[in-house]
Design a protein around this ligand. Structure first.
Ligand code: DGJ
Length: 513
């Protein structure tokens, strides 16, 4: 059975070899997988201690089809072989026509033939470094290379499914302008909106008439979605494993063009869904600090599973993964540039220099890797060992998550109790507070996470009192609870909770009058 994404009983499940799968992943740096020796020496050794089950890495059009029509698969083959040796699955990123809005990964024969593969223009008519999504020939060329890639994958991986999903392009959209102002784009912009847009939005007229001031961004969203659909479909027709796109999120200064205009941000997801049915999910790269709010926005309406192929590199990631899985049934969590995290030679700002971060509008705090590796490894080890339990409770309403924000804590409501969670004060060099809670039965709970204290309360309005039957600290090994200390006395009365290391407790409660 091929990897598959299915929505069942209101929850999205990713099946790999017939079993539900959650990717505890890491994305590696953009250039790492261009060299098999580099992977062997600098990447795999540093990934081994992280307890990842999945690695997310690029495959580059420029290296795959160096001459038009001539394909070289040796890097793809090598990477898959290495991943099998390391016992991890892969999610491939197709760096084709667009990567972070630009067209830097297209082969030289595409770059040089800029008349055929024409670029999007800025308002002043200057050409950009982005091939226009309205360039049919470029989209066809990318689609045919992508089809070759997928058909090769089918041949070498159709039985083993080391590659479980493919991201088509990377953070697409037009940077530096709200829309493409090339002659072709100008002409299209003044035409009536296409029928699928009409149907999805129940609007008519030209782009301007239908979408007023937001017309440029919706116009670009339509054309990127259309191009990506053609590319994805060309691949999916030969080897239909789940294909997705990722978004460079809308952020200050908010105007399209400061982030890639037309990319699959929440606002235009409806357009993408109407135009690109081969795309099964809309992933998001979260470098911003309002993690919970963003997760909320992307999963609103339960229409899109939470899938995070790029997350911040700082220590908060060790906590955010509990929240994403507990609260939003996330299918993937993956901090960026993970090969640095346990690399003894990496410095804290390793991987990308400040000017790149400024160009990408990423706050440098999100790239400070001090402490991330050790904490993330513990979080992944714990979550990885309770995967069967998490899978059992996904979508049941009996699992939830919490994350430290501006407040000092939160109250979570369960069938027989309310659970008061108090966050530990933020401490320099320690992860923030957060975790997940599973209600195993009316009186029994598992809590896993970092940095919080708990107190069980009767449901509001009830006169009964509550007490502990038993509190155990412990961990899971292949979904089996292995208890450590049984907590009572001082340990249970005053500060029951989990310290700054990722951990778990199992609590059994009772009520009395
Ligand atoms: C987002 C992109 O999608 C990644 O490929 C990478 O460039 C990071 N930003 C920052 O290094």
């Amino acid at each position: 059975m091929l990897p598959q994404l299915i929505k069942e009983n209101g929850v999205f499940n990713l099946y790999v070899d017939g079993k539900p799968y959650i990717a505890l992943a890491g994305e590696i740096h953009n250039s790492s997988s261009s060299d098999l020796d580099y992977m062997k020496q600098k990447v795999w050794p540093n990934l081994r201690g992280l307890h990842l089950n999945t690695v997310i890495l690029p495959v580059y059009w420029e290296l795959l089809e160096p001459k038009e029509g001539e394909f070289d698969f040796h890097i793809v083959d090598g990477i898959i072989e290495q991943a099998r040796e390391e016992n991890v699955r892969l999610v491939l990123l197709w760096f084709g026509l667009w990567k972070n809005g630009k067209s830097t990964y297209v082969p030289s024969w595409v770059k040089k033939d800029y008349k055929t593969y024409f670029r999007a223009s800025y308002r002043n008519k200057e050409t950009s470094d982005t091939i226009s999504p309205l360039c049919e020939k470029a989209v066809n060329a990318d689609a045919s290379a992508f089809r070759q890639l997928m058909s090769h994958l089918k041949k070498i991986d159709g039985d083993q499914h080391t590659v479980i999903m493919v991201q088509v392009e990377n953070e697409v959209g037009f940077l530096g302008s709200d829309r493409d102002y090339s002659d072709i784009a100008n002409c299209e912009f003044n035409l009536p909106i296409p029928s699928e847009v009409k149907a999805a939005y129940e609007r008519s007229g030209t782009w301007k008439e239908a979408f007023a001031g937001e017309a440029p961004e919706y116009f670009m969203a339509y054309h990127y979605a259309r191009a990506v659909e053609r590319i994805a479909k060309a691949g999916s027709d030969v080897y239909p494993i789940p294909m997705f796109v990722n978004a460079w999120l809308e952020q200050h200064p908010w105007n399209p063009g400061s982030y890639p205009s037309g990319g699959p941000i929440a606002k235009v997801m409806k357009m993408w869904k109407a135009v690109a049915p081969t795309i099964c999910l809309y992933a998001l790269d979260i470098y911003l600090s309002n993690f919970a709010e963003i997760c909320e926005e992307y999963t609103a309406g339960n229409d899109n599973p939470l899938f995070i192929p790029e997350a911040r590199r700082d220590i908060v990631s060790a906590t955010n993964v509990f929240y994403a899985i507990g609260k939003h049934d996330a299918l993937c969590f993956a901090p960026f540039g993970v090969e640095d995290f346990l690399d003894p030679s990496a410095d804290v700002g390793a991987g990308v220099d400040l000017s790149i971060l400024m160009a990408l509008n990423i706050d440098s705090s999100g790239f400070n890797i001090k402490g991330t590796g050790t904490y993330l490894a513990r979080s992944y080890e714990l979550i990885g060992n309770m995967m069967g339990i998490i899978q059992k409770y996904r979508g049941t309403g009996k699992m939830t998550g919490f994350l430290q924000d501006q407040d000092r804590g939160c109250i979570l409501s369960f069938s027989n109790y309310d659970l008061k969670i108090s966050y530990t004060h933020r401490q320099e060099g320690k992860p923030i507070s957060g975790g997940l809670v599973i209600e195993l039965s009316r009186d029994k709970f598992i809590l896993a996470g970092i940095g919080f204290n708990i107190e069980f309360l009767p449901k509001s309005g009830e006169s009964s009192k509550v007490g502990y039957i038993r509190v155990e600290e412990g961990t899971f090994v292949h979904d089996k609870w292995i208890r450590g200390r049984v907590l009572n006395g001082d340990e249970a009365s005053y500060r029951l909770g989990i310290g700054s290391n990722p951990g778990a407790i199992c609590v059994e409660m009772y009520k009395y009058e």
